[in-house]
Design a protein around this ligand. Structure first.
Ligand code: B12
Ligand code: SF4
Length: 515
């Protein structure tokens, strides 16, 4: 039975690149390949994710103050699969999506959900932190329903496509990189209507040999993409630390650019987008913001790799937000270079409440090792400029690089306290496949690749630093306690919370949600 439209418009609103699903004759079906009608997309639970129960949130918060171990329970919308969902729906497919991380669901529940959805293709989105859970989901589904095609995408699958297909026979295919412009051709190939060898950006098996097609071209005009279909996931997203909601109302995220020109050695973004940085026009960004505010969103996180690197563009977005009188609260990540007080002030006036800086270290030697391209002085200047503009400022730090000495760790922890920000995040260095540090450390010791390609690793946990994991965790925990439990900090924060309407709203929301 013909359940879905045979016609579709292409994902780009200008020229059409796909001419399929037009006439009903499915060649693949003729050859015994199953026609694809429905795709289910899944975000697997994180390896360390616990549920959103109040008890879990409290223990997560206690853990945070003890060791700095972050299990914050923050769950933001998975824009990747929401973008793909929009493309697939537009092309006439039936699509469903599950964010198992936000639901706190594990395998049995996820399996039941997939069985109920009964898709032809199961698409699993992988980061390093949830890869193994994604694999287990695919294994279970393939075992129960061998006819369901299993496709994995996202950061981890992109970097580890070869290993994934070699080790896990129940994974049919890997889509590498950004998938909006490859997903439809991939489905055609799975239906037998196109040759696998003709689809850029995919990896698959051909006569038991793993084949990697050439990479797909990067999406050049982000304005032409369908907007992410947030209706695919009905869950309310929260932006929390432990039991504390940081949102000033209904919350979602938006992405206004993709990629980053920097090459930080601990970050996967460089390898994923090859330093190619693409921007949406300010008009397109503000159009989406307008739609979101009309849908009742009051708190919007901008999750770009580097939102503030082009000052003129940021200022134009701010101008348009004001011109259109959009009332919402927003926040973003920022580097500490390319920023100044004037830009932060414009952001503040356009509703920005908070900025998150990746400060990483207080030592120039370590910043250089990470190729961060900044100095501690720039960090101080940027933090002060953002504070002066009235923004809430958070800085995040990484400690535990293999070359980092104990005194350098202590110096960074002291630096974190001295900057006198509204919040700090400090974590041990994680080494993920795709990051330059991964390549460097693996080149020195192949065993790391063999043992940790599915999960990444934390050098301090493997005894690769001059101090122990316990020493590092205690040092981080002590810093966080000294930072947050300092009476002067608490009183200043309380005064700020009375004065700042955004903070008052956040506090009211917290009280409301726990009454
Ligand atoms: C928002 C965000 C989050 C959110 C939401 C994550 C999510 N589920 O999308 C939250 C807060 C939950 C989060 C958590 C974490 N994150 Co995060 N996060 C981001 C961020 C800033 C934006 C993600 C995004 O929306 N991108 C935009 C969309 C359009 O791109 P995309 O998600 O990559 O999806 C595209 C492709 O990957 C592909 N694709 C994705 N899924 C699928 C599935 C299929 C079937 C197919 C075919 C294709 C496909 O197609 C999509 C469209 O082009 C990225 C950095 C970045 N700019 O990408 C880091 C990033 C993804 N996070 C990262 C990390 C490390 C984490 C944490 C481990 C942090 C922590 N210590 O807790 C956790 C782990 C979460 C988990 N579930 O395992 C790393 C991942 C590194 C790695 N190798 O895995 C990144 C790259 C940051 C970095 N600079 O290194 N994160
Ligand atoms: S850490 Fe930030 S600045 Fe560095 S490459 Fe990644 S996204 Fe860019």
């Amino acid at each position: 039975m013909e359940k879905y439209p045979r016609e579709h418009t292409c994902l780009s609103r200008t020229g059409c690149i796909h001419q399929f699903r037009t006439a009903g004759g499915a060649k693949g079906a003729d050859r015994g390949m199953k026609k694809i009608n429905k795709i289910s997309l899944i975000i697997p639970p994180e390896n360390f994710f616990s549920s959103q129960t109040f008890k879990d949130k409290i223990s997560s918060l206690i853990g945070y103050f003890r060791t700095g171990g972050i299990n914050a329970g923050s769950a933001w919308p998975p824009l990747g699969i929401l973008y793909l969902g929009a493309v697939l729906k537009e092309a006439g497919y039936e699509v469903s999506a599950l964010d198992a991380a936000v639901k706190g669901w594990y395998f049995d529940k996820i399996e039941r959900w997939v069985k109920k959805e009964d898709p032809d293709v199961l698409g699993i989105s992988t980061l390093t932190a949830n890869f193994l859970h994604g694999i287990e989901i695919a294994r279970r589904i393939k075992e129960a329903s061998p006819e369901v095609k299993t496709v994995v995408g996202g950061y981890h699958a992109t970097f580890m496509a070869d290993q994934t297909l070699k080790k896990f026979p129940f994974i049919d295919l890997v889509v590498r990189g950004e998938a909006e412009e490859t997903i439809l051709d991939t489905l055609l190939a799975l239906e037998g209507k196109k040759k696998f060898s003709e689809v850029d950006g995919i990896s698959y098996r051909n006569n038991k040999k793993v084949v990697h097609n050439r990479p797909a071209k990067f999406i050049t005009n982000l304005d032409e993409l369908q907007k992410p279909d947030r209706s695919l996931i009905e869950d309310e997203y929260v932006n929390t630390i432990g039991p504390v909601s940081l949102a000033a109302g209904k919350f979602t995220t938006i992405i206004t650019s993709r990629g980053c020109p920097q090459r930080c050695t601990f970050c996967s973004c460089t390898a994923f987008r090859k330093n190619i940085c693409k921007f949406r026009s300010p008009e397109s960004v503000v159009e989406e913001l307008e739609e979101l505010t009309a849908q009742g969103y009051e708190d919007i996180g901008i999750v770009d790799d580097s939102f503030t690197i082009v000052k003129k563009r940021v200022e134009k977005i701010c101008e348009l937000i004001k011109e259109k009188r959009l009332e919402f609260n927003w926040w973003c990540d920022s580097r500490v270079d390319f920023v100044d007080y004037e830009m932060f002030l414009k952001m503040k006036k356009a509703g920005c409440s908070a900025v998150f800086f990746g400060l990483e270290s207080g030592n120039q030697r370590i910043l250089d090792y990470y190729q961060k391209g900044i100095t501690p002085q720039q960090s101080i200047r940027a933090v002060n400029a953002a504070k002066k503009a009235g923004l809430n400022v958070t800085g995040t730090f990484i400690v535990g690089a293999t070359i980092e000495t104990k005194s350098e760790v202590i110096n960074t922890l002291e630096f974190a306290k001295r900057l006198d920000m509204d919040a700090v995040g400090i974590g041990p260095l994680w080494v993920y496949p795709g990051a330059q540090i991964w390549d460097e450390l693996v080149a020195k010791n192949q065993e790391l690749q063999e043992r940790y390609w599915e999960s990444g690793f934390v050098p301090v946990e493997l005894g690769m630093c001059e101090y122990s994991k316990e020493w590092l965790e205690n040092a981080i925990g002590k810093t966080l306690r000294e930072f947050y439990l300092n009476p002067l900090f608490i009183s200043r924060q309380l005064i700020k919370s009375f004065r700042d309407p955004y903070r008052r709203k956040v506090v009211t929301n917290i009280i409301d949600s726990h009454l």
